[in-house]
Design a protein around this ligand. Structure first.
Ligand code: ADP
Length: 278
């Protein structure tokens, strides 16, 4: 672990006595280190596509005589710039979510709509791999929240399920209502479970994948266009909505990511039992 650290502030008083105040700053050090690592990660992630584009544009200039090669270089410049755009979009999203103390104007959002919108945004990637997107479970459930954020969260989970699955498999989103135990006991939760038949995640990695830029296999993640920020975004959306996200996975069999959000209490719930007796 982190060695403990203290800062000392000495305040001399007029009568010659000094007061020493001790403050544990190991937590401050930890936060500062996490921030520094994050900035170093961003710099590295941005430098990679920028470097590639520099080299590719030089190559493009030299390929004036070879239209096929020139077209290839231009394609790769386009895909590197798409990568960068994706990364900056995710960074902005994450920084917005981290800064938000509470949700902007929570409104009732239909869960089916969230899932269908997420499917629409991932359909091309699914079709390219012959992956079937399927929605099952309860209908007509609502949560109270921000539709755009919720769509982003489910889109990230479905997008990952597609990226980390072989061709011709199924990604299933199952919605249900549960009454969980633990610190959310007593709150009715809407569960949105995203299940894939993909590569799975080793047990020892499961608690790290929600960290910013953490990837089980960085090369594979980059190749599939991943930014390493998707699950960090999902986690923030869940927490901002008073919910949480859970994962269970089996290597070579598949993963289930479950987004749990407090159900919107229906008007009938709000009716006091004794008023119904009148
Ligand atoms: P990335 O952009 O790399 O996908 P994420 O934050 O979305 O970043 O995910 C972090 C890592 O978790 C991924 O790099 C991958 O190793 C792992 N992962 C996420 N979703 C899945 C999944 N459905 N199946 C297998 N591995 C996954």
């Amino acid at each position: 672990g982190e060695p403990s650290a203290v800062s000392v502030r000495i305040t001399p008083l007029p009568d010659g006595v000094s007061v020493a105040e001790f403050q544990d700053i190991s937590e401050l050090h930890r936060v500062e280190r996490v921030r520094r690592d994050f900035v170093a990660n961003i710099s590295h992630e941005l430098k990679t596509p920028v470097g590639a584009m520099q080299i590719l544009s030089e190559a493009l200039k030299d390929a004036a005589e070879d239209p096929d090669a020139a077209a290839r270089f231009a394609d790769r410049i386009r895909s590197e710039s798409k990568r960068m755009n994706h990364l900056v979009t995710d960074l902005l999203e994450l920084s917005r979510l981290q800064g938000a103390e509470k949700l902007p104007d929570p409104e009732p959002v239909e869960v089916d709509r969230i899932v269908m919108e997420a499917f629409d945004q991932t359909r091309i990637a699914a079709e390219e791999k012959g992956i079937e997107l399927r929605l099952t479970g309860i209908e007509d459930t609502e949560v109270l929240g921000n539709e755009a954020q919720l769509v982003t969260a489910v889109k990230n989970l479905v997008g990952n399920a597609i990226s980390y699955s072989p061709e011709n498999t199924t990604v299933e989103v199952e919605t249900s209502v549960a009454s969980p135990t633990g610190h959310l006991a007593g709150v009715k939760m809407v569960c949105i479970a995203v299940r894939d038949q993909g590569i799975g995640i080793p047990a020892e990695e499961l608690d790290r994948i929600f960290e910013r830029f953490y990837r089980v296999d960085a090369a594979r993640s980059r190749q599939t266009g991943g930014t390493g920020l998707g699950l960090a975004i999902v986690k923030h959306v869940a927490v901002n909505h008073g919910g949480r996200v859970e994962v269970s996975s089996m290597p070579d069999a598949g993963s289930v990511f479950t987004l749990m959000l407090p159900a919107r209490s229906l008007p009938s719930d709000a009716t006091a039992p004794d008023s119904a007796e009148i």
